[in-house]
Design a protein around this ligand. Structure first.
Ligand SMILES: [Fe+2]
Ligand SMILES: [Fe+2]
Length: 263
């Protein structure tokens, strides 16, 4: 099974980049399932239903998220629907709307367990331990017929992301980091067969500070006044990790970081 994971899609420029690039990419590379992190799809913060529909039309099959998931409250009702194709991090308290894992199926019947957890180092909130949360989910799926297990670890610190990658090595097919919006060059298959990249980066405005208008962010750092966020314009970058998984062993057998820039 071949999956493609697209980093945080940032605002309209990010959505436009996905619509322009993904349909051909999905076909040319024979991708079975496309997953994308949706937390910044609505004007850089949050996600709404029309964003989800727009990206499904471009070929995204399923969505993960992170700390911005609840910024647009209209998404809460959708998250309460157990079939809605969007996860919130699993390590929020149980009573929070939504789910942190789901089994999805490719058109040719391959089953992929997708897990979304959030880090605790330099992150807002006081969530449960992401390491133990994944353990719990994996225990629930012991003996289930799955062809792969994918983890989006939405976290700031590279150390926490590397540690979770090694912790889960050999037990899941892939651990890919999101949230920093900056891709790291450490993509590889770990010793036990788990595909890993500390951060896959974002898909959105290239000439920006992690997607936002650079002048406003610079002004914030110079003055320490409250940060105003506007989505930047100009060229767009598309960043994603393609992962090939052996359906029988569930181990990663190939991976390629894809980075494309368009006007
Ligand atoms: Fe993000
Ligand atoms: Fe985030």
């Amino acid at each position: 099974m071949k999956i493609l994971f697209i980093g945080d899609i940032y605002g309209r420029p990010g959505r436009n980049a996905v619509s322009a690039i993904l349909p051909d990419l999905k076909k040319d590379r024979s991708i079975d399932l496309v997953i994308a992190n949706a937390e910044n799809m609505r004007h850089g913060k949050g996600v709404n239903h029309s964003n989800v529909t727009e990206m499904q039309e471009a070929g995204v099959d399923f969505f993960t998220s992170g700390n911005h998931i609840f910024k647009d409250a209209t998404i809460l009702d959708h998250l309460a629907d157990p079939d809605y194709p969007l996860l919130r991090p699993a390590n929020y308290p149980d009573e929070v709307p939504g789910n942190g894992h789901r089994v999805i199926e490719s058109p040719n019947g391959k089953k992929l367990l997708v897990i979304n957890v959030m880090g605790r180092v330099f992150m807002p909130g006081d969530l449960d331990c992401p390491f133990r949360e994944v353990d719990k989910i994996l225990k629930d799926f012991e003996g289930e017929e799955l062809h792969g297990i994918f983890v989006d670890f939405h976290a700031e610190a590279s150390s926490e992301k590397c540690a979770l990658g090694h912790y889960l090595d050999g037990r899941v097919s892939a651990v890919v980091g999101t949230h920093s919006h900056i891709p790291t060059a450490d993509q590889r298959i770990l010793n036990g067969g788990t595909a890993f990249q500390s951060d896959v980066g974002m898909t959105g405005p290239l000439d920006s500070v992690i997607g936002a208008d650079k002048e406003l962010v610079i002004e914030h750092f110079l003055t320490q006044m409250p940060l105003k966020i506007e989505v930047a314009g100009g060229p767009k970058v598309f960043q994603a990790l393609e992962i090939e998984i052996d359906d029988d062993s569930r181990k990663a057998v190939g991976l390629e970081f894809i980075q494309k820039t368009i006007d």
